[in-house]
Write a protein that binds this ligand. Structure first.
Ligand code: SF4
Ligand code: SF4
Length: 60
């Protein structure tokens, strides 16, 4: 099962991944974005290609 991971050394909490993920894997939590439902990932890679910081890796 694919596992999306955020590199917090790169993430600027822009929220793009929250917007583009079709199955709501990401969520805003306080001042950061978290991988809230990793098990829901369908490995479409929209988040990975959309992140302006290249902070997301979807590990197959
Ligand atoms: S799109 Fe990238 S930089 Fe923006 S919140 Fe998501 S992981 Fe962080
Ligand atoms: S690969 Fe697709 S389904 Fe998985 S977290 Fe990224 S946008 Fe969501």
């Amino acid at each position: 099962m694919a596992k999306p991971v955020i590199d917090y050394k790169k993430c600027v909490a822009c929220g793009t991944c929250v917007q583009v993920c079709p199955v709501e894997v990401y969520a805003n939590e306080k001042d950061k974005v978290v991988v809230k439902k990793p098990d829901a990932c369908v490995e479409c890679r929209a988040c990975e290609v959309s992140c302006p910081q290249e902070a997301i890796k979807v590990i197959p």
